[in-house]
Design a binder for this molecule. Sequence first.
Ligand code: AMP
Ligand code: ZN
Length: 143
Amino acid sequence: MNTDPACIFCKIIAGEMPATMVAEDEVTIAFMDINPVNEGHLLVVPREHHQSIASIPGSVLSHMALIARWLTAALRASLVRTEGVNLYLADGAAAGQEVPHAHLHVIPRWRGDGIRISVGRPATPTREQLEEMAAQIRAAAID
Ligand code: AMP
Ligand code: ZN
């Protein structure tokens, strides 16, 4: 299994660093974010070290999604204030990834919590521009 001895999340998985665990199985671990965006903020982390989701095997990525779904339901049923949930994944430093071990954030939300994930939309492209962009992405897509 891929691991990186310098990686914080690999150290947590190896039991070399503390974390407040919520769930563990053979594929993923889920623990409390140490610097939460909102109370109850969780991270779903694959045991295998992959910097980008691009290299995570499909079965592992699907498992992460299933665990995130299960934790979303748990949060909604729990005493943690949860009127909604954001799932968030930053792939690459330019997208805000700080820990280079791909992981999924599960963030409880409630009306008026003050968190803003929305961004401005600088321009509305024409249909032609959308078609051109879609063609470029399709041309680069690997099965
Ligand atoms: P990202 O920007 O998507 O890479 O998110 C990294 C997340 O990991 C941040 O929300 C951090 O607060 C969280 N984090 C970093 N170190 C730890 C740690 N030792 N235990 C728990 N969460 C951590
Ligand atoms: Zn790692």
